[in-house]
Unconditional design. Structure first.
Lengths: 114, 118
């Protein structure tokens, strides 16, 4: 069984603040894939990043960065200098081994206030 | 690349009628597509996996006779909600996996269809 926990239901910040969204996962597979998706108010899920279990290198893409730590089964997402357009629900997801099914966490609603 | 479309984006229907939702992969072929359901302020729940040329695989608790899935081509899957009732009102989202190099398991999502049953 696989499980994704996003403990933060809602986060509210002021523009230009840095914010970190937490994601903790559980899986028995040694090979697995972690994802982050953004769901703005329009509803469409936007793919942000994919990380496989053998690649623990942190990644940075513009204002976005991801911290993958297998020792704590975490895959946290940081937005630097947040902007109002970052306001959305962010989902962390997991695909374990040969199981193609994507398991989502419950999502974190991020509100960035001007 | 990896664009998935859905039609319609929203639909309102009367109780007892059937509604068809289309999911298309615009710039790639998809032997497998996925259908999710999302209630307000909740996460996405996988309903079924649509397989081109064969029967769909439904998740536990999903009524296959109520949610008919047809994957007749490599770019189109349809979800038909039969005899819809108000409790079927929800946001339905499809996804597909284009099998891009380096991310063969990444799903790309359509914009979703909001169904309201009166």
């Amino acid at each position: 069984a696989q499980k994704v926990t996003q403990a933060q239901t809602e986060i509210s910040v002021v523009e230009k603040e840095d914010v970190t969204l937490d994601c903790v996962y559980e899986t028995r597979d040694t090979t697995y894939y972690l994802f982050w998706y953004k769901q703005p108010p329009s509803g469409e899920l936007v793919f942000l990043i994919r990380r496989n279990s053998f690649d623990e290198q942190n990644e940075i893409s513009g204002r976005y960065s991801w911290n993958f730590q297998k020792s704590t089964s975490s895959f946290n997402f940081t937005i630097t200098a947040s902007q109002v357009v970052d306001s959305a629900v962010y989902f962390c997801g997991l695909i374990g081994g040969s199981n193609y099914k994507l398991t989502f966490g419950k999502g974190t609603l991020l509100t960035v206030n001007p | 690349g990896a664009v998935v479309s859905q039609h319609p984006s929203w639909v309102i229907c009367k109780s007892g009628t059937s509604v068809k939702i289309e999911c298309r992969s615009l710039d790639f072929q998809a032997t497998t597509m996925f259908w999710y359901r999302q209630f307000p302020k909740q996460s996405l729940m996988l309903m079924a996996t649509s397989n081109e040329g064969s029967k769909a695989t439904y998740e536990q608790g999903v009524e296959k006779d109520k949610f008919l899935i047809n994957h007749a081509s490599l770019t189109l899957s349809t979800l038909t909600v039969t005899s819809a009732h108000p409790e079927d009102s929800s946001f339905y989202i499809c996804s597909a996996n284009p099998g891009l190099a380096g991310e063969t398991d990444t799903q790309y999502f359509g914009p979703g269809t909001r169904l309201t049953v009166l």
